[in-house]
Design a protein around this ligand. Sequence first.
Ligand code: 5AD
Ligand code: SF4
Length: 479
Amino acid sequence: MKKNIINTPDLTKAGQRKKNDVTTFDYVDLKDHDYYKDFFKGKTFFIRTYGCQANIRDEETMKGLLVEAGAIEGNDETSDIVIINTCAVRENAEEKADGELGNLKNIYYTKKKIITVLCGCMVEEPLVLDHILEKFPFLSVVFGTHEIKNCLELIYMAATSNETIVAVNSKPGEVIEGLPVHRNNRFKAYVNIMFGCDKFCTYCIVPYTRGKERSRKMEDILKECEELVSSGYQEIELLGQNVNAYGQDLKLGYDFSDLLEAVAKTGIPRLRFTTSHPWNFNERMIDIIAHYDNIMNWIHLPVQSGSDAILERMGRRYTKQEYLDLVKKMREKIPGLALSTDIIVGFPNESDEDFKETLDLVDQVQYDSAFTFIYSPRKGTPAAKMPDSISAEEKSTRFKELVAHLEKSISASSERMIGHTYKVLVDGVSKNNKEYLSGYTESNKLVHFKGGLDLIGKIIEVKILESHTYSLIGEVVDG
Ligand code: 5AD
Ligand code: SF4
């Protein structure tokens, strides 16, 4: 197909930040979308999303725009419009999207009328985009993370021109308000509080794909939260790559602790937030988490490594001891605090001693859950140019050793729950066993239990009977 290149990605431009860059705002007028309604009315769409909560929330915005324009959510890739929303954080996320595009190619050539869309972080990488356009020339639209608000227009342009539209505008980005949302869950909601990231950890592609750290205004966030409370939502999860830096770019005199307190006061039964960067976590934030019962006693606090040398090369801006001190302070102030983390194994030239420091940190902290990753070089990031003499086998051995250490503390924290009763928000029928329901405790542990479908969406008391490493079995207390 002929290509209409509106713009292409440029990682250097994407990573540029000017000192004192102010956050700019764009308020969308939905009337501007009326023009596209005739085209979208009655068409089915399907979105497959990879990656983090930010991507899931982007999916919900695209669904909002499509539903508002009259399109109907379909069940699979045979829908009229198929959108693949991608992640670029590690190579295996890109491999998954590549596989999905191969699948889409077959569907496209048997059912030609399908409109195929590729969006999200992966297309922000220039070499990846070139490879995709060459390998999958049937794509109708390719757009980056900054173009979500324009997705109706881009899809319409592609469908009416028979060209591949490419719109990947690498830029620091703005805050866009007024976009509709079609949420995936009726009682748990994601609320963006900020976009982008300015931390530039040396291994990470996110500051390039998602742009500058920019916060929504507190009044706009609170309006969204209040609407969720009045429509019966039970849980809000505040989202940002770096929630503890919330508000710093706005210079309006408020920060994450103020926001957290204000959202807690809306009366939402459960409030969570992710992701926290240890560097920006201050004492007032800890006090507010400790003070409000509806702020859950769970903090996701990525450490990435336990070695000071590696932390420095990663650009994380804290030492192992500073991280441990922060954890100690949190544990002293927040009763029953559950901690989870992200750890990267095999960062360039990570020595055996460096790795042992990570094992030692993990043993000291005793995490309740964790995500572990083998380092994956991302083109355009500083770490991708660092020399690395550690073999893939060595990295894989270390990875297994780390998981074994983590599983000990994760299992122990689950075992300690046996015999005790916890509040659980019931999500729905268990994925693996239809006879059970499942939900999460306040400390974010997954629990399976038997009960009626009427419990879905409610917060109930569950007594823990049995523990496995990654889940618990319980029984409902008081019917
Ligand atoms: N390689 C491996 N893991 C990575 N992460 C981010 N970038 C990379 C990379 N290049 C991990 C970090 C981060 C999580 C979301 O993904 O641990 O916290
Ligand atoms: Fe990536 Fe670091 Fe920003 Fe997290 S804080 S998104 S790891 S650059």
